[in-house]
Design a protein around this ligand. Sequence first.
Ligand code: HEM
Length: 678
Amino acid sequence: MDSTAKLLIFLASSLTLFLLKFLHKYWWIPFKIQRALSLQGIKGPPYEFIHGNNKASTRFRYEALSKPMASLTHDIVPRVIPQIHSWINTYGKNYLTWEGNRAQLVISEPELIKEILKTNDGSFPKRKDDSSIIHKIVGEGLVTSEGAKWAKQRKLANHAFHGESLKNMNPAVIASVETMLEKWKGREGEEIEVFNEFRLLTSEVISRTAFGSNYLEGKKIFDMLTKLAILVSRNYFKTPIPGIRCSWARLGQIKHDIYILYVFQAHLHLKYEFKILLKHTHIYKRLLFIENFYIMNMVVNETLRLYSPVAAVIRKIKKEVRLGKLVLPANLEILIPIIALHHDPQLWGDDVHLFKPERFVEGIASATKYNSAAFIPFSMGPRSCVGMSFATTETKVALSMILQRYAFTLSPTYVHAPFPVITLQPQHGIQMKMDSTAKLLIFLASSLTLFLLKFLHKYWWIPFKIQRALSLQGIKGPPYEFIHGNNKSSTRFRYEALRKPMASLTHDIVPRVIPQIHSWINTYGKNYLRWEGNRAQLVISEPELIKEILKTNDGSFPKRKNDSSIINKIVGEGLATSEGAKWAKQRKLANHAFHGESLKNMNPAVIASVETMLEKWNGREGEEIEVFNEFRLLTSEVISRTAFGSNYLEGKKIFDMLTKLAILVSRNHFKTPIPGIR
Ligand code: HEM
């Protein structure tokens, strides 16, 4: 063989080898993965040679982003992640898609998401994109590292963003907001592009917190990084990479809290007005601050739900792993479309696209119906956002400072166009008008809202929570009615039972004496829950439990104190109502007074009292006597003589007064629909 033939053969075989490798990578592997998942019921848009689904993704994105949204709707998923939105509709909540020849499993079923994000054994590491420009510049930080390196960095970061350290950042935040507000002075009535203002604010805050006194230096670095982000995002649009990337150091991420303001501001012109403070009134100011944080928490959560700054997170499968019923091959990527979960009507109900902060009035757990994966703007599990508290605190501090001075309305020039660039951003900024005249109105509106919220919390949420907690333990009872509890039915029961005497001389008197308790025990069992207005009361008639309650002496079951009751106000705290050391002391004295010698010493007083009564009865044989009143008088006589000794006429006066008082109170008790026996 001559050398030219050798060369030819060599070239031909190299080419063949290259082609084989190429086909293996761009055709065989995708084919295999697609088949393996399809057999497990996972479908998706079909893999196209080399391109995967990139062409379709780009088309989707181009279509979605080419124009602003028609109206101020919050139904933004079709714009922000159009391809994912469409493919979930076509292929189901979990489907397979292709970034070129890279297989990506989109998972939007909460149960599976929990399994992925909560795993801490390294089965689902973060995707590493060493070739990305951002990674090259920023390097491997907390956001991208894994294993021991991550654990160490995370520990430091946890420390930096918690408790005292976090509090120490507040002055920097406040100073930064002051700087911004200073700039706004005298611009009332003008239009301000707040997105850029908040971008600057964030840069200011980071520079001050991260770089301390050297913050001008920090600002330079931050500005550089911002420019870099813009550069990358332009590129991002050109390269057909679908889905949202969020794998760069969170200097970019801190922009999210700017975004929080996005809809938040958009809502100012609708109904979600905020409060401004009359500067000179200190009390108002404090009040406002507290209520701000309470309401703002809900507003921030609702904004994070609808406009999740990080639209999706991506993980990778290290080696073959089980996920739910699925068996997933190594190197498969997993994309969790956070924002799609936040807009899922199955998780949030039909009003999912409405801005309703009040859904968070009882906290996140309740808003998500205890489905922890339904609301994950900061992701969840060990790799959840380390800056969560910082971001939300900073936002709330900044907002309350701003809103103490200005009210805003959305400018007519604003165009609604949420735009996914690493994080979600308003494509054309947010134009707002500053207004200072609406301040008082807004303050009043927000005070009313707060009042309503507190009211609902007390009369609806707490009872609901108690009822559920006990129901889960098998304790049922008549259902709580808003405000009234069971008062209405109790009164009805009592009224029915007491309006006529008993039919016969039976001793079966419970249905008359405590009719509601009698009836409810029959319906709900020996232990049941009932409501005196919004006050929960557990009726216990099981002897074992009763022993446990009454024999306890460690203060676990104190007497009910009703400081507002008229009797308590007059009589004060005596042996019958006191607790702890005070009670112990009084009880010791009383024990002594009612035992042994002391008891014997009272006998003459008792005998004398009975003698007085019998004296009165002399010569009334054959007559009718109302003995109940006689014995009442006898008791008063006995108490007066024993308690007040020789001065017993004085005692009788006091006792009679108390008796009249008791009658008065009991009449009252009948009028107010307070059920049960006091
Ligand atoms: C509203 C604001 C923010 C949102 C919605 C947010 C959201 C997130 C999410 C979803 C992740 C998980 C990313 C993934 O798994 O790929 C994350 C991680 C992270 N965030 Fe944030 N973030 C915010 C603000 C911040 C701030 C202000 C900081 C720091 C100053 C920060 C620092 C980090 C870090 C270091 C990680 C990586 C943690 C780890 O991997 O252990 N974030 N964030």
